[in-house]
Ligand binder design. Structure first.
Ligand code: MG
Length: 313
């Protein structure tokens, strides 16, 4: 039978002196151990999931995120040029010290109603946000809040603003995207079409999310689909992956509470189709946990669900 020594030797972990690391290098020993047993899956977390449990002690919180097994994170704490109240380079260091890659960030512009008059102000906002996030080194910058869209004209302006934001971010080397909730699956109806409404099974008008997808340039704007909110909007994520293939390189993997426990979400099919359509990255999101557990306990259960799921690469 293979001894532990032979096993370690085979893995190349045995040093000249004998056992892994040795007394002179305890840190190396613990790294070798954690690399050996580290999960191979790259799983991201939207840090919003942790709420105050993170913000009351960010350095320690980020370390706990890594201990759970998450490798990547999407921030949600950008305010007035700072991230979670840190200057950007400082936050970058805090994350790096924790061993966490912050690959994305959620940011909302200061206004909800877009007009021809305030488009310049919104563009200036994205310019500053893109510069700050380039320093942080993220891949993606994502708007999670829906602007006001009550008709087709609103939708057209929103798409123009999104394209501009995408262009600005692209110049800074970052991809710009939009994250949905369920409101985007409502319809807007042109005046002349309102009379055509026969019954609720044959709706007229256009789904706002489709207007966004069709009205934005795929080279400038991607869509970070929140699969749970898509289902809550009475829509099928799979249909969207097929209809708009390649537009969803990043996902929010979310359920009613802990992943896989509600029975509402078919994550196996979602992952299968998402991979087929070019998934780059995904972030787990957990809003209020419902069972008296802490958010950290909840995000740990979410991680374990994905780490154990054979359909997640
Ligand atoms: Mg989400």
């Amino acid at each position: 039978m293979e001894t532990k020594r032979e096993f370690l030797k085979k893995l190349g972990l045995l040093t000249v002196g004998g056992m892994v690391g040795g007394a002179m290098a305890p840190a190396a020993a613990s790294n070798a151990k954690s690399n050996l047993f580290a999960p191979k899956k790259i799983v991201g977390l939207q840090l919003y999931s942790l709420g105050r449990e993170l913000t009351e002690d960010v350095p320690n919180g980020l370390k706990k995120v890594v201990e759970i097994g998450y490798t990547n994170a999407e921030a949600a704490g950008y305010r007035e040029g700072k991230i979670y109240n840190y200057e950007v380079p400082e936050f970058k260091k805090v994350a790096e010290d924790a061993g966490l890659k912050v690959t994305g960030s959620h940011v909302n512009p200061p206004v909800r109603k877009y007009t021809k008059e305030n488009m310049g102000e919104i563009a200036d906002f994205w310019k500053k946000a893109a510069e700050d996030h380039a320093k942080l080194g993220v891949n993606t910058l994502v708007q999670p809040g829906m602007p006001q869209i009550e008709n087709h004209d609103d939708a057209a302006i929103v798409c123009e603003v999104f394209n501009k934001a995408g262009e600005i971010a692209k110049d800074a080397g970052i991809k710009w995207g939009y994250h949905n909730h369920s409101m985007e699956f409502q319809r807007v109806v042109k005046e002349e079409d309102k009379a055509k409404q026969q019954n609720r099974w044959m709706p007229v008008g256009d789904v706002i999310y489709d207007l966004m997808l069709n009205g934005t340039d795929p080279k400038l704007v991607f869509f970070e689909m929140d699969v749970y909110w898509t289902v809550m909007g009475q829509n099928d994520p799979i249909e969207y992956f097929e209809k708009y293939a390649g537009r969803f390189p990043v996902l929010h993997i979310k359920d009613r509470s802990v992943l896989g426990q509600s029975g509402m979400m078919n994550f196996e099919t979602i992952f299968k189709k998402a991979y087929e359509n070019g998934l780059d990255e995904y972030f787990v999101e957990l809003e209020g946990i419902r069972s008296g557990k802490t958010q950290f306990e909840g995000v740990k259960e979410c991680f374990e669900y994905l780490n154990n799921a054979p359909f997640v690469k």
